[in-house]
Design a protein around this ligand. Structure first.
Ligand code: BV8
Ligand code: ZN
Length: 244
């Protein structure tokens, strides 16, 4: 493994343009459950029941209860060494981007600046009628199903996350695809690589002959295209990729 770590470190050091693509696995060691593992979120909550616009329209209270719990957890946990290692990579590379599928805000809390949140941010909500945006990172959500804080609007607030069947922000998607097709190295951390269109990102980097480094205790849908599969928890592997 040390030899692969060293080769991955060399590829990172050589990279002019470095992309980091993350999924729920990078937050696992912070205490945030992943989705598709044995103890994952989707085992208890069927995605189609909780992470779709129809589910929200059918039962906004239930969906808000789920997001309130996940938001409370995200506020309680802390970034782990993997998030901080990504910040060190950002500091060492002028031309750098983190494209994350995560909505837990942990990259930003670790100090990352160049972050594209492809699936939104659990700390933000917006009115479905007038678009009024609320940033709740400060703390608790008001009441049960928050209604729009504007006086003259009776709209419902929804979490500012991308649900299944919803489009990702076209601008963010375009920017992450563009960056992926130009980068020299793409570090993929903690994703099963199953959710599209985000999962296309490492494949676009590969098509540009970028070195693909896959950090995950288990093989994923990305591993077959990885130059280096570093099998282990991100909290242990990532610091070894950035230590002096
Ligand atoms: C869209 C936000 C259409 C909300 C999420 C059939 C085939 C292909 C595609 C589809 C299909 N049917 C439907 C689709 C499209 C669908 C999709 O891809 N479905 C998949 C499941 C088959 N995609 C969509 O619906 C997207 N929208 O396509 O719109 C459209 C197009 C045009 C016009 C109009 C509409 C929207 C997708 C976004 C959905 N939102 N989340 C919320 O979070 O509540 S998805 C959800 O999955 C999260 O964002 C999550 O991040 C993401 C990906 O999962 P991962 O992050 O990879 O997490 P996972 O648990 O899967 O894996 C964790 C990994 O970590 C594992 O590999 C594990 O081994 C590893 N790990 C564990 N511990 C550690 C670790 N790694 C490192 N260190 C550790 N310690
Ligand atoms: Zn409103």
């Amino acid at each position: 493994m040390q030899d692969k770590i060293q080769k991955a470190r060399d590829a990172i050091a050589r990279a002019e343009k470095l992309l980091v693509f993350t999924g729920a696995g990078i937050s696992k060691e912070s205490g945030v459950p992943t989705f598709r593992e044995a103890d994952g979120l989707w085992e208890k909550f069927k995605a189609e029941d909780f992470a779709t616009l129809d589910a929200f329209k059918r039962n906004p209270r239930e969906v808000w209860k789920w997001y309130r719990e996940r938001r409370a957890l995200a506020l309680k946990v802390k970034p782990n060494p993997a998030h901080y290692a990504v910040v060190r990579l950002e500091e060492a590379h002028e031309d750098f981007l983190v494209a994350t599928q995560n909505i837990d805000n942990l990259h930003q809390r670790a100090g990352a600046k160049k972050v594209l949140e492809l699936h939104g941010n659990i700390m933000h909500s917006y009115c479905m009628k007038c678009g009024h945006l609320v940033d709740e990172s400060a703390g608790e959500l008001p009441g049960e199903v928050p209604s729009c804080p504007c006086e003259d609007c009776d709209g419902l607030m929804r979490p500012k996350v991308v649900w299944f069947g919803e489009q990702l922000d076209p601008h963010d998607l375009e920017r992450s695809f563009q960056f992926a097709s130009e980068c020299d190295c793409c570090i993929v951390i903690g994703t099963s690589g199953l959710v599209y269109p985000a999962a296309q990102i490492p494949f676009l980097a590969r098509r540009n002959d970028a070195t693909i480094i896959d950090v995950n205790p288990e093989p994923s849908a990305i591993t077959p295209i990885a130059d280096y599969f570093l099998a282990g928890p991100a909290g242990q592997i990532m610091p070894r990729l950035v230590e002096e």
